[in-house]
Design a protein around this ligand. Structure first.
Ligand code: NI
Length: 262
């Protein structure tokens, strides 16, 4: 019988494949992603060097696009002219966002006032260059939402990546106009709150991501994460929404294209 085969569509809206965790086998990682059905990866910058490497990956691979930005961990080390450098990078045709930017009060690797200033400056840059923002918020929910309220979101919008709050925060974030991106922790049995969030995000605002090499899904904890494992997050999100993972994969692929204008 000639059963028509439906090829799944998946997407990884946030990965760090430029990290040296992938230096040994980056090509195989990309092959596995494509075999799993991943049609699009947004590779997200962490500092200036990582942003340049993200652009390099995007130049070499048609299905990879880049975000450029300074992660809050790196805010303290940002060079004086980093905004100018990011602005130049933002002109590249495969740069689709400013990110990741935000606040991290969990690890506090940069002084909080510096994190805040670098976050604000990059929000302003995103407005200037008319790109969406990829936002990192770890244990800084109030400060991040307040900063976004005060500064205003760029017209191009943005995403709260690796969402880590509850339904109350999710509602605030949605009111601000942001997309919500669900990562591997949704597969952890104890993470009831994130499952609830994954079930309530409106279809048009839902994204999925790996944040590879970080945050592997439940049964792969302790290992390096990679885009092929997005399948497990798609399955869990599908389960809590009463859909198939193929449906969630397709929906999130379309949403990612819409947000990043690809
Ligand atoms: Ni990240």
């Amino acid at each position: 019988m000639n059963k028509s085969k439906v090829f799944p569509n998946l997407v990884d809206s946030h990965a760090h494949l430029d990290f040296d965790d992938f230096d040994e086998d980056r090509e195989s990682v990309l092959e596995r992603a494509q075999k799993t059905g991943v049609k699009l990866i947004i590779n997200v910058g962490f500092d200036l060097e990582s942003s340049l490497r993200s652009i390099g990956l995007a130049e070499k691979n048609s299905f990879i696009f880049a975000a450029v930005g300074i992660h809050p961990h790196e805010a303290g080390k940002a060079a004086g002219d980093y905004i100018q450098k990011l602005e130049e990078m933002a002109e590249h045709p495969k740069v689709v966002a400013i990110g990741e930017i935000g606040l991290d009060y969990f690890r506090d690797r940069s002084p909080r006032p510096v994190q805040k200033e670098v976050f604000q400056q990059q929000l302003r840059l995103a407005k200037k260059v008319n790109l969406p923002v990829v936002i990192h918020d770890r244990d800084a929910h109030d400060e991040v939402t307040q900063t976004l309220q005060n500064e205003g979101l760029p017209e191009a919008g943005g995403v709260m990546h690796c969402f880590s709050g509850d339904v109350v925060l999710a509602k605030k974030v949605l009111e601000l106009g942001l997309y919500i991106s669900i990562a591997g922790p949704v597969t952890y049995a104890k993470n009831i709150a994130l499952g609830q969030v994954a079930s309530m995000v409106p279809s048009g605002k839902l994204l999925i991501e790996t944040d590879a090499p970080f945050l592997p899904p439940h049964h792969l904890r302790g290992k390096r994460n990679e885009p092929a494992y997005i399948r497990y997050t798609a399955e869990k999100v599908a389960a809590v929404r009463g859909k198939t993972w193929e449906h969630i994969g397709q929906l999130c692929l379309e949403n990612t294209r819409e947000l990043f204008r690809i």
